[in-house]
Design a protein around this ligand. Structure first.
Ligand SMILES: [Ca+2]
Ligand SMILES: [Ca+2]
Ligand SMILES: [Ca+2]
Ligand SMILES: [Ca+2]
Length: 226
């Protein structure tokens, strides 16, 4: 009987040994989990950055395409191009851009057929940046907002997490036109080049502090029809 007990003790692990093993295993598992979490965050951060830069590039392509043909007016209508409005979202200044163009007759045949009005799709367009409540945001306020495009059906989101959107305007001599002076049609009609500055922000999840990164696109569009 005494011999059997001795054998059992030698064959098994003591409670202390099991506890030590469990503690070591715990440390190892904690490390592995932390590594996975960190890697996951890194990838999420990278994916968010890629997504944001793609969104801003797409917005740039759209704006270049549309603004280039601002004032397209084959039928010689009055007051085509950059527009004024009492609503800060729908005027042409530092925080918003509003223009008209006659590019189609709205018959849906995909052909370019100007019909002497701007009531067809994508002929009356505003760009501006809004907060989560839909209020317009100003350049330099460093508030997270959404770049929206409004062609009559309300502001449609183009890029989220935009912390800055600014428009600048130049005349035929490439002189900057001060937004404060852009309150008459005469001044608006002098615009020949539009400059757009868009800055997007992404949460950088790999850093403990200062956890954001920004990405800016700045581009100029020569207006073809003005
Ligand atoms: Ca405005
Ligand atoms: Ca029409
Ligand atoms: Ca058509
Ligand atoms: Ca039209």
């Amino acid at each position: 009987m005494a011999l059997k007990i001795k054998n059992n003790q030698e064959a098994g692990f003591s409670l202390i040994e099991v506890m030590v093993a469990l503690v070591i295993l715990g440390f190892v598992l904690t490390g592995v989990v932390a590594m996975f979490v960190q890697t996951g965050r890194y990838h999420t951060g990278q994916e968010m950055t890629v997504e944001m830069t793609q969104d801003i590039r797409a917005a740039k392509n759209l704006m270049v395409d549309e603004i280039r043909s601002a004032g397209c007016n084959p039928d010689g209508m009055a007051r085509m191009g950059f527009q004024r409005d009492p609503d800060d979202r729908f005027d042409t200044d530092a925080n918003s851009l509003h223009f008209t163009r006659d590019i189609d007759n709205g018959d849906g045949d995909g052909l370019y057929e100007p019909d002497g009005d701007t009531d067809d799709a994508n002929e009356d367009i505003s760009y501006y940046r809004v907060d989560s409540g839909g209020a317009i945001l100003n350049p330099g306020d460093n508030t997270i907002g959404t770049l929206v495009r409004n062609s009559g059906g309300g502001g449609q989101p183009v890029v989220d997490n935009v912390v800055d959107l600014q428009f600048q305007y130049y005349d035929s001599g490439n002189n900057l036109i001060a937004p404060a002076t852009m309150t008459t049609d005469t001044v608006l009609d002098n615009i020949r080049t539009v400059e757009v500055i868009v800055t997007g922000q992404v949460q950088n999840l790999t850093r403990v502090s200062a956890g954001t990164e920004t990405w800016t696109q700045q581009f100029r569009i020569r207006v073809r029809n003005l």
